[in-house]
Design a binder for this molecule. Structure first.
Ligand SMILES: [Zn+2]
Length: 134
């Protein structure tokens, strides 16, 4: 049997659920680590304080903050990519309008091009643009 003929396992859809990477930080009566999974967003399991309202509230707050931070990071990454692509298009446009190779486009060349031909129609992507809100 060749490697190519080995049946591949059916790919399961990826579940986007944050998973705790550490076990409960509490210790049992024998002084050993608890080993149970902590509640989401906290470091303790339900038997070691995870059921307490203040622990649940703090955990929920941490989860919300982590989600907001992740969303901000995704928007920032997307903006960065869009801005780099926009800049590449601008350099290509300046090179064409000024009749110079793209490798010779400098900030000064861009400034001269803007003074000569006006601002390009495509505005620079801003992080405050509606498309980066989620
Ligand atoms: Zn525990």
């Amino acid at each position: 049997m060749t490697v190519a003929s080995v049946p591949r396992p059916i790919a399961r859809p990826r579940v986007r659920r944050p998973v705790a990477t550490h076990r409960c930080t509490a210790r049992n009566r024998r002084g050993e680590p608890c080993q149970a999974w902590p509640i989401h967003g906290a470091t303790v399991c339900v038997a070691h304080g995870g059921r307490a309202p203040q622990v649940r509230a703090a955990a929920a707050k941490r989860v919300t903050e982590a989600q907001a931070l992740a969303a901000l990071q995704r928007a920032s990454d997307r903006h960065q990519r869009d801005r780099q692509a926009w800049h590449a298009r601008r350099v290509a446009l300046v090179a064409r309008l000024m009749g110079i190779p793209a490798t010779e486009v400098t900030w000064a060349a861009i400034a001269v091009c803007v003074a000569t031909h006006g601002q390009p129609d495509e505005p620079e992507p801003k992080i405050t643009d509606a498309r980066y809100r989620s």
